[in-house]
Ligand binder design. Structure first.
Ligand code: IPM
Ligand code: MG
Length: 357
């Protein structure tokens, strides 16, 4: 198989972790006889430095015209003062929107090797943590009209939150399809006791649910969901929610697994082309030291093989190698514990590749 992959290393630790994921992809290519043609582009803070904007049209075109995008992380304090219209994060939002990636899949799974590092009580963790947050990614308050005006001598800011039926319908389908491949349970999260967008959300989700009689569906208010995630995460299989609720809940979900550095995510649209990235940020404080944990990005590359290229065997090979590496006691500094063997970012990549053979 031959695939064109757009590479966005981004800022902070981005270049280090993406380099490791590319090493792993190259090892897969060699082992399974595939060809990856990489095209590296700048996006985020580094693009602001180079071109004065976080996402150029050429960069977006490269993403749209490739078979998938692998991204490290963008942003950092260096660009905190730039104009909001060119902030590094705008690149991420621009790519999501420009590629039509409306569905963001963020797994929250606890690995047995790391279960004891969860901040939750052992009896709660022992019930199991394995759910998928399906977050709507290109609508809602993130993409509504933004205004700041002066009124009666003070500033007034407004972010509009809007959802169209079709935007809810398509993400609901993603959630139910995802549930079918898991434990067939969907919890739809909203704030229907307050928001009109949530009342529409609920209505459409239930309409779509009627097409999936084999999938159990229920609703949960977002504040209650935030509580239930730490009280009893074992109740969740698929959580589907709007853009901002999903942003917040997926961070919470990642924390209870004890290791944010290990969690990948996939952003998908109508076609098989997707964008894959770890869910953590650019960690500028540890950038350039070769100590970042590349596992989240390596698992993101594994998700790319599975979801965009339909290469399940190759994807599983990477996931197994990651588990094997952790079982052997290898850790990066973020999850280092007594008695374990600490590896640098690049050594972690090497060890995972060794375990793929
Ligand atoms: C995420 C991030 C982004 C988001 C930021 C960087 C714009 O927090 O991917 O969760 O809010 O979507
Ligand atoms: Mg976030």
């Amino acid at each position: 198989m031959e695939k064109h992959i757009t590479i966005i290393k981004g800022d902070g630790i981005g270049p280090e972790i993406v380099t490791e994921a590319m090493k792993v992809l190259d090892a897969i290519a060699e082992q399974y006889d595939h060809t990856w043609i990489y095209k590296e582009i700048l996006a985020g803070g580094c693009a602001i430095d180079a071109y004065g904007t976080s996402l150029t049209e050429e960069a977006l075109d490269a993403c749209v015209n490739s078979d998938s995008v692998l991204l490290g992380a963008v942003g950092g304090p260096k660009w905190d003062q730039v104009d909001p219209s060119i902030r590094p994060e705008k690149a991420l939002l621009g790519i999501r929107k420009g590629m039509g990636l409306y569905a963001n899949l963020r797994p929250a799974t606890i690995l047995p090797q790391l279960a004891h590092t969860s901040p939750l009580r052992k009896d709660i963790v022992d019930r199991g943590i394995d759910f998928m947050v399906v977050r709507e990614l290109i609508s809602g308050v993130y993409f509504g009209e933004k205004t700041t005006i002066e009124e009666n001598g003070e500033l007034v800011a407004c972010d509009q939150m809007m959802y169209r039926e079709h935007e809810i319908r398509r993400i609901a389908h993603t959630a139910f399809e995802t549930a079918r491949k898991r434990k067939s349970r969907v919890i739809s999260v909203d704030k229907a006791n307050v928001l009109d967008t949530s009342r529409l959300w609920r209505k459409i989700v239930h309409e779509v649910a009627s097409e999936y009689p084999d999938v159990e569906v229920s609703d949960m208010l977002v504040d209650n969901c935030a509580m239930q995630i730490v009280k009893d995460p074992s109740q969740f299989d698929v959580v589907v929610t709007e853009n901002m609720f999903g942003d917040i809940l997926s961070d919470e979900a990642s924390m209870i697994t004890g290791s944010i550095g290990l969690i990948p995510s996939a952003s998908l649209g109508e076609s098989s082309v997707g964008m894959y990235e770890p869910i953590h940020g650019s960690a500028p404080d540890i950038a350039g030291k070769n100590i970042a944990n590349p596992i989240g990005t390596i698992l993101a590359a594994a998700m790319m093989l599975k979801y965009s290229f339909d290469l399940s065997k190759e994807s599983d090979a990477i996931v197994s190698a990651v588990h094997e590496t952790l079982s052997q006691g290898y850790r990066c500094i973020d999850i280092m514990e007594e008695g374990m063997k600490q590896l640098s970012c690049s050594e972690m990549g090497d060890q995972i590749i060794k375990n793929m053979k």
